[in-house]
Design a protein around this ligand. Structure first.
Ligand code: ZN
Length: 137
């Protein structure tokens, strides 16, 4: 049974944004953009939160941004116990949505500075799961 059985109406959001994972697997980090009003979202949204349009398209996340803030987790929630310490940050691209993600493990904590140039890339875990991470630009 899938999420389509949840609630009183059938949710199509899961299928409309599933392409996000396919794009990551192809090496592309993309968000969604509203064809009607131009609002951009990351992570991608199935429908526009600004004008409620269902006409969405994909856009490439900018290649360069700056690290706006970060924090290092010394403890993790259930299911992530093996991961700490890890650092999470917010990337400001100067336009469009900001991006929240983990920083790549190969960036030393002492080298992380607010305002540093960063970008984002797809990440494949050893178990086949796919995500994205922040790296130095
Ligand atoms: Zn819109």
């Amino acid at each position: 049974m899938g999420f389509e059985k949840f609630g009183r109406r059938s949710f199509t959001a899961m299928t409309k944004t599933a392409k996000f994972v396919d794009l990551l697997a192809e090496g592309k980090v993309e968000g969604s953009a509203c064809k009607k009003c131009g609002a951009k979202f990351f992570p991608p949204r199935a429908d526009c939160a600004a004008c409620f349009s269902k006409e969405m398209d994909w856009y490439d996340v900018p290649k360069k941004g700056t690290l706006e803030t970060f924090t290092t987790a010394q403890y993790a929630p259930f299911g992530f116990e093996a991961d700490p310490p890890y650092t999470m940050g917010v990337v400001n691209f100067g336009e469009g949505p900001k991006l929240f993600a983990r920083l790549a493990k190969d960036i030393k904590i002492e080298d992380i500075k607010i305002g540093m140039d960063v970008t984002v890339r797809p990440l494949k875990y050893e178990d086949g799961q796919i995500s994205f991470e922040i790296i130095k630009a």
